[in-house]
Design a protein around this ligand. Structure first.
Ligand code: GLA
Length: 400
């Protein structure tokens, strides 16, 4: 009898252990990451102030839960037992104290490391220490690990990320695993069961379009990233997302460009990881980042990454099927001059062949709501007429 109870107990704990990981990131993760604004200039004080602001600015209520420290949180060397050590000057009370503070605000906490021998900024990498580092992360109670790809010569990406993923599972704490190998090894083809999100491109920059070159490397503008990420939609879904990188909202682009950047990330069901200094953000930045209507499109439970329905003369139309037969439609003006649009819903059947959904306004009348103004905007029985300013969007939600 005792034996049967023992077997049952083991079975139940294995089952609940698997479930803990299976329910991570059923919608795209939302949070904040230190890199885009602070690089390695991070500290306990920054974390505490940011956590406080995530609550008081409304970010937490809007869904931003993960506060993630990127590169630069470690001391330059492991200790004599091979354990990672937080930089004692930046984090004088250690990482568990920092995690406790973040948790006390009702938020979750994340850290960064790298699959290589060193991180991109030269701190100790995880190669050869996967299980030990996973135990460290579980012991300080993190909830999210971003895992980068610098200093990885001769390393097989699938093998390295799978080893770290196993390490996290064995350590037993459900931790979102964010793969950051820039799309070099097509993680969308093999990482569905390895982590919950994978970067699809190189680093983002605070420019609307094009590429910015920094000596030996380059960073991508928002639209350049959109073009790289768009074709990967069939690989995304609940628990496994394409990650077109962290947000640059509030980091120097025009307000319309920030709104466009945020809208397209939501249309692409992208993880929404703010990358600005939220302690000092403007009212405009706050209202973009916390707009509940557009966030609801990103977080829709159907979990479908939207698609580009048309692309002509710098005007693109993006569609995203939502639960309950609703749709989000985004008119995007990528050009430098305003565009008049005239769009007959009935003559445009938008078929999502990959996910077998169809927006057919000739057989169904949809009610339209403007997502950013939060106002009703007629029905699909009448052709849409509007003007879209340069680098701006019109986002509509269609429901029956
Ligand atoms: C890489 C990543 C960035 C950031 C830095 C840190 O460039 O892609 O997102 O994590 O490393 O060094």
């Amino acid at each position: 009898m005792k034996k049967i109870f023992f077997i049952l107990a083991v079975f139940c704990s294995i089952n609940s252990f698997a479930q803990k990981f299976d329910t991570l990131a059923l919608t795209p993760p939302m949070g904040w990451n230190s890199w885009n604004t602070f690089q390695t200039n991070i500290s306990e004080k920054l974390v505490m102030e940011t956590a406080d602001m995530m609550v008081s600015s409304g970010m937490k209520d809007a869904g931003y839960i993960y506060l993630v420290l990127d590169d630069g949180w470690m001391a330059m060397e492991r200790d004599d037992k091979g354990n990672l050590v937080p930089d004692p000057k930046k984090f004088p009370h250690g990482m568990k104290a920092v995690a406790d503070y973040v948790h006390s605000k009702g938020l979750k906490f994340g850290l960064y490391n790298c699959a290589g021998t060193k991180t991109c900024a030269g701190y100790p990498g995880t190669r050869g220490y996967e299980y030990q580092d996973a135990r460290f992360y579980a012991s300080v109670e993190i909830d999210y690990l971003k895992f980068d790809w610098c200093n990885t010569d001769g390393i097989n990406a699938k093998e390295a990320y799978t080893t770290m993923s196993k390490g996290l599972k064995v350590a037993g704490r459900p931790i979102i695993f964010s793969l950051c190998e820039w799309g070099n090894n097509k993680p969308w083809e093999w990482a569905t069961n390895v982590g919950q999100l994978w970067r699809t491109t190189g680093d983002i920059n605070n420019i609307f379009d094009g590429i910015k070159t920094y000596g030996t490397w380059h960073a991508n503008g928002v639209m350049t990233i959109v073009d790289l990420n768009a074709g990967l939609r069939k690989y995304a879904g609940p628990g496994h997302w394409n990650d077109p990188d962290m947000l640059e909202v509030g980091n120097g682009m025009k307000e319309s460009e920030d709104r466009t950047h945020f809208s397209i990330w939501c249309m692409m069901a992208a993880p929404l990881i703010a990358g600005n200094d939220i302690r000092k953000m403007s009212k405009e930045t706050n209202s973009i980042l916390t707009n509940k209507n557009i966030i609801a499109i990103d977080q829709d439970e159907l979990g479908v990454q939207g698609f580009r329905y048309s692309d002509k003369d710098s005007l693109q139309i993006w569609c995203k099927p939502l639960r309950n037969g609703e749709w989000a439609v985004c008119f995007l003006n990528r050009g430098a001059t305003a565009q008049n649009i005239s769009f007959d819903w009935k003559n445009n059947v938008m078929a999502d062949t990959a996910f077998k959904e169809m927006l057919n306004a000739s057989s169904t009348t949809y009610k339209i709501r403007n997502v950013w103004t939060d106002k009703p905007s007629g029905t699909t029985d009448v052709p849409l007429k509007s003007v879209i300013e340069p680098h701006d969007v019109l986002v509509l939600k269609l429901g029956k």
